[in-house]
Design a protein around this ligand. Structure first.
Ligand code: ATP
Length: 415
């Protein structure tokens, strides 16, 4: 049986992954967990999300006659642990015996698009059992988590939880040991530290029960990093199989059909140069077939903005990111061709002397021999910007964004 759960947490505490971890312990007597529990990141632009729009699913081989007891345990655990008093918390549970194609397709849409509560409840009800609490929105994520088989691509995350009595107090993590763990296991693990910005990024600051999460492609490397990291005592830990770091949210799109709250890969030519606006955000425009869209590297993307600032009108790029207010919030950019880069200089006279301006719109004149020139010189400069893919630093990366270290070709990973 497949059990999906979502929307149990609030900004004040709890975390659906923690609830799933407790549930796995409680279900032990009723059967056998199959594989790792799944942590599925859904459309990162959903306005109702608490943090990273994550939902969880577990696969369970039940002992004969235990199905009802399992369902009862899941419902009781959600009723006991979910933050029901918070208006935006609307838990959902879905239990299916198998994963129909229609549910897999639903799951893909939940990662890339926006889905109604009614569609989710109807579909889940057609194939299995549904428990919708309050307005039932959590059923969307619960069904999507069940349907995410992670066949195309997946990564893993080991989540370490705090001891219960420490929740809400400052976390104690030896930062040096985290950098050591990164040195010992990168690139098989990633997203642990942000070297360019000299900070650890694998631990939340919210009052939730998560102490830290170690992400990567290799389970042994994740385990090794876990052994290297020194911290306050870990209460529980569990390994999730996830769609984090896979870019599953991105759709190859056309500028003309971009919709807000979806994420795209769009090609275009820089049509308005980068400009830095109040707050340190860098904005430029790209155009394609008569359509135009703004692209933004917001202040939290830090050093990524240095790449964006070097773009010139005419450069060809492919942008990756979410659409909001018809602006693409950049997660990655591929620079596919560059126009020439020149600096403008006063021309050099045949006599060898550099000319001076002859006045506004009057060209240039040589002070030594009086020769006149109409136009300045444009001297090519290079070495400013290399072609290839660039990404925001780990501190600004979305859970679902694929780190460039997982991609091949001409990539410039931000470590
Ligand atoms: P955390 O990451 O801490 O678990 P969260 O960010 O996952 O929290 P939730 O509390 O689960 O946030 O809230 C997200 C809500 O949005 C859930 O009710 C979920 O069912 C719903 N949702 C998820 N994806 C979609 C989608 N594509 N369309 C519509 N609703 C969605």
């Amino acid at each position: 049986m497949y059990i999906g759960i979502d929307d149990t947490d609030s900004k004040n505490g709890m975390c659906t992954t923690y609830l799933a971890t407790v549930l796995v312990e409680r279900l032990q007597d009723y059967g056998q967990l199959i594989g790792c529990p799944r942590l599925v990141r859904l459309n990162p632009n959903i306005r109702y999300k608490t943090r990273g729009n994550g939902a969880v699913a577990i696969q369970f081989e039940e002992k004969g006659g235990c199905a009802l007891r399992i369902e009862d345990t899941v419902v009781r655990t959600v009723e006991e642990m979910a933050e029901f008093n918070v208006p935006n918390t609307n838990p959902g549970i879905v239990i299916l015996d198998e994963i129909p194609e229609e549910v897999k397709e639903f799951s893909k849409r939940a990662v890339q698009d926006i889905i109604s509560i009614k569609e989710a409840i109807d579909l889940a009800g057609r194939y299995g059992k549904v428990h919708a609490f309050k307005n039932g929105r959590g059923v969307i994520g619960a069904l999507a988590a069940v349907g995410a088989t992670l066949e195309e691509d997946h990564t893993h995350e080991l989540i370490a939880y705090r001891q219960r009595e420490r929740c809400g107090t400052p976390r104690h993590i030896d930062e040096e040991s985290v950098f050591n763990a990164n040195r010992a296991t990168y690139p098989l693990t990633w997203g642990t530290v942000d070297l360019a910005n000299n900070t650890i990024v694998f631990s939340p600051s919210s009052p939730c029960p998560v102490l830290f999460g170690i992400r990567g492609d290799d389970v042994d490397a994740i385990q090794k990093a876990f052994e290297v990291i020194k911290s306050e005592p870990v209460g529980r830990h569990i390994l999730f199989k996830t769609n984090q770091g896979t870019d599953a949210h991105l759709v190859e799109g056309e500028m003309a059909s971009v919709k807000d709250e979806r994420s795209y890969i769009l090609g275009g030519v820089v049509s308005a140069p980068p400009r830095t606006i109040e707050g340190g955000h860098v904005i430029f425009s790209i155009a394609e077939n008569g359509h135009k869209i703004d692209c933004a590297a917001y202040e939290p993307t830090k050093n990524f903005r240095d790449v964006v600032r070097k773009l010139r009108v005419g450069d060809k790029v492919t942008v990756y990111g979410a659409a909001k207010n018809h602006t693409i919030n950049l997660e990655k950019i591929e620079i596919t061709s560059l126009v020439g880069r020149f600096i403008r200089q006063n021309p050099v006279c045949d006599c060898g002397k550099r000319m001076k301006s002859a006045g506004h719109n009057q060209g240039y004149r040589c002070k030594r021999c009086g020769t006149h020139a109409d136009t300045p010189e444009y001297v090519p400069i290079d070495g400013q910007l290399d072609l290839g893919l660039y990404e925001v630093p780990p501190s600004a990366r979305r859970h679902i964004s694929k780190p460039l270290i997982r991609m091949s070709g001409n990539v410039h990973p931000s470590i």
